[in-house]
Design a protein around this ligand. Structure first.
Ligand SMILES: NC(=O)c1ccc[n+]([C@@H]2O[C@H](COP(=O)([O-])OP(=O)(O)OC[C@H]3O[C@@H](n4cnc5c(N)ncnc54)[C@H](OP(=O)(O)O)[C@@H]3O)[C@@H](O)[C@H]2O)c1
Length: 248
C-alpha cells in the first residue's frame, strides 16, 4: 500500500499499536504525526523510527486543552489530514466492586471523550476523501470479567464511529473501527503484569497466541487505504479468533 504524499495523525503513537502503525505508514511513504502525554516517550519513539517524515506533539487526549495543542500543530502545518487514527487508550481491570471513580473517569476521559473531541476538532482539517479509524477492542462486544469500564468505553467508541461514518459520508470520508484482541504491547504489560494471567489471555484465541502490534498495523493500513474504498462504518476484528475467556 502506498501512502506517498499522505498526512497521517496517530494519537498515542509512542508505544504499542500506535508506534507500530506509525512505522508502517512511514515505510509506506506517509508523513506522520504521533502524540503522547510524554515528551520523553515521544523522543524515544522518534529515535527508533529515525525519519524526517515523523513529527511528534505532546498532547494529552483526555483534556480539551491537550487536544487543542494537537489541533494547533495540524492547523499550523498547513496540510490537510488524510488519515486520522484515534488510538490513544488506557485500560485498568478490576471487579465492579473494586473499581474506583478515578479509574472510571480516567478511562472514559481518555478512551471516549478523547476520541470524540479529537475527531470533532480535527474534522475541519480532514481532507475530503480522508479516512478515520478508531481503535476499539474485542471486549466492546465480548463481556470480559473485570473489564466492565474498559469494555464500556470501547462499546461507546464503536457507536461514535458508526454515527461518524454516516455524518461524514457526504465528504467521502470513511470511518471504520479496528478491534484488536490481546496484543503484546507496553500498555498490555502495564494492564496485565502477571505472567500467568498473560498466558491465559493467549488461550482465549483460536490461534492460541497473542497478537503483535505489527499485525494490527497491517490492518490499519488496509482499512485506511484505497484498497478499502467501499468499507465504512465497519468494525474489523483482529483477534486471532476469539473463543472465550476462562480467566479466574
Ligand atoms: N494491547 C492490547 O491487547 C489491546 C487490545 C485491544 C485494544 N487495544 C487498544 O489499542 C490502543 C493502543 O493500546 P496499546 O496496547 O498499544 O497500549 P500502549 O502501548 O500503552 O500505547 C498507548 C499509547 O497511548 C498513549 N496515551 C495514553 N494515554 C494518553 C493520553 N491521555 N493522551 C495521549 N496519549 C495517551 C501512550 O503514550 P504515553 O503513555 O506516552 O502518553 C501510548 O503512546 C488502545 O486504545 C487500547 O485500548 C489494545
Amino acid at each position: 500500500m502506498d501512502f506517498t504524499n499522505k498526512n497521517v495523525v496517530i494519537t498515542g503513537g509512542s508505544t504499542g499499536i500506535g508506534f507500530a502503525t506509525a512505522k508502517a505508514f512511514i515505510n509506506a511513504g506517509a508523513s506522520v504525526w504521533i502524540t503522547s502525554r510524554s515528551a520523553d516517550n515521544l523522543q524515544k519513539a522518534a529515535t527508533k523510527i529515525n525519519s524526517p517524515k515523523l513529527k511528534t506533539v505532546v498532547s494529552d487526549t483526555s483534556s480539551l486543552e491537550g487536544i487543542a495543542v494537537l489541533e494547533k500543530a495540524v492547523a499550523e502545518s498547513g496540510n490537510k489530514v488524510d488519515v486520522l487514527f484515534l488510538n490513544a487508550g488506557i485500560a485498568t481491570f478490576a471487579p465492579i466492586e473494586q473499581t474506583s471513580e478515578a479509574d472510571f473517569d480516567a478511562q472514559f476521559n481518555t478512551n471516549v471523550k478523547g476520541y470524540f473531541f479529537t475527531l470533532q476538532k480535527l474534522i475541519p482539517h480532514l481532507a475530503n476523501g480522508a479516512s478515520v479509524l478508531f481503535t476499539s477492542s474485542t471486549v466492546a462486544t465480548a463481556s470480559q470479567m473485570y473489564g466492565s469500564v474498559y469494555s464500556a468505553t470501547k462499546g461507546a467508541v464503536n457507536k461514535i464511529a458508526q454515527v461518524a461514518a454516516n455524518e461524514l459520508a457526504d465528504r467521502k470520508i470513511r470511518v471504520n473501527i479496528v478491534s484488536p484482541g490481546p496484543t503484546q504491547t507496553e500498555g498490555f504489560d502495564k494492564a496485565v503484569p502477571d505472567d500467568d494471567v498473560k498466558k491465559q489471555f493467549a488461550t482465549t484465541t483460536a490461534l492460541q497466541r497473542m497478537g503483535n502490534p505489527d499485525e494490527i498495523a497491517n490492518t490499519v493500513l488496509f482499512l485506511t487505504s484505497d484498497k478499502a474504498s467501499f468499507i465504512t462504518g465497519t468494525e474489523l476484528l483482529v483477534d486471532g479468533g476469539y473463543i472465550g475467556y476462562t480467566l479466574k
